[in-house]
Design a protein around this ligand. Structure first.
Ligand code: ZN
Length: 259
């Protein structure tokens, strides 16, 4: 199973990167915007399954909206020179090693755009990468377990990311993280979606409860940067909701300044 997944991810990455070299003649419109997806193979199976689905989903969004997607599992591709060609980078299921952290900070402070899913925002609060802790706005509190669907509340129905989405909807099964503190407590953060606390306690073995986590943002942005974090990203059900898919698509277009 793992071998098959590795093959699927490598083949997808090859196909995506292989489609990126159409020539540009003088007088032609500028080349399409490019997006670089980072994924890791040495992670838990449900996070690999998500990455497989996400690569396919984002490639389909790119086809519809005329931008180009490449994917890599090599964090060394996160370097100053390479990043110059990308309007947006996406972390699907992991965080970069220490060697790449300063590069990422420079990229974001220089006006780059970032989308992170699920584990890409994971930090324990006492991590040595304090810049990232400020950037993401919260530290991991606890998780619901097993993966379950959840009712989400749209906190801002006017955002380009959530426009057209009803005030509440049912999101497919995911492992949901809580955040301590909640990023909403920081004035620089804008929460777009959160867990509906009416469904607490959420989980069976692992519980999100009103006592410890009264407010659990799920999708938000740090308004000091062009960034979006979405807690979805566990398992093979994430892209089964047209509503949630629309939010992801809107978010990518917003980060690319296409909507
Ligand atoms: Zn997970």
């Amino acid at each position: 199973m793992r071998q098959a997944l590795v093959c699927i991810l490598h083949c997808l990455a090859f196909l995506l990167s292989g489609s990126s070299t159409f020539g540009q003649a003088a007088g032609q419109p500028p080349p399409p915007l490019k997006v670089l997806l980072f994924f890791s193979l040495n992670v838990e199976a449900d996070h690999m399954l998500f990455a497989t689905d996400a690569i396919r989903f984002i490639a389909e969004v790119a086809d519809r909206h005329d931008f180009r997607v490449e994917a890599t599992s090599n964090w060394a591709d996160l370097n100053d020179e390479n990043l110059k060609q990308y309007k947006l980078i996406v972390w699907l299921n992991s965080v970069p090693p220490t060697a790449q952290q300063q590069v990422f900070q420079r990229y974001m402070e220089g006006g780059g755009a970032w989308l992170g899913f699920h584990y890409a925002g994971f930090n324990m609060g006492n991590s040595r990468w304090t810049w990232f802790r400020q950037f993401i706005g919260g530290a991991y509190g606890t998780n619901s377990w097993p993966p379950l669907p959840a009712k989400l509340v749209v906190d801002d129905t006017e955002s380009p990311v959530t426009r057209g989405i009803p005030k509440t909807f049912a999101a497919p099964a995911n492992e949901w993280y809580s955040w301590r503190p909640s990023p909403r407590l920081d004035k620089d953060f804008h929460v777009l979606l959160s867990l509906d606390s009416a469904q607490y306690p959420l989980g069976i073995k692992g519980l999100i409860t009103a006592e410890k986590d009264p407010d659990v943002p799920v999708v938000w942005t740090n308004t000091k940067f062009k960034m979006l974090y979405a807690n979805m990203g566990h398992g093979d059900k994430i892209f089964t909701s047209p509503m949630q898919n629309k939010i992801f698509e809107n978010g990518i277009l917003w980060l690319l300044e296409k909507n």
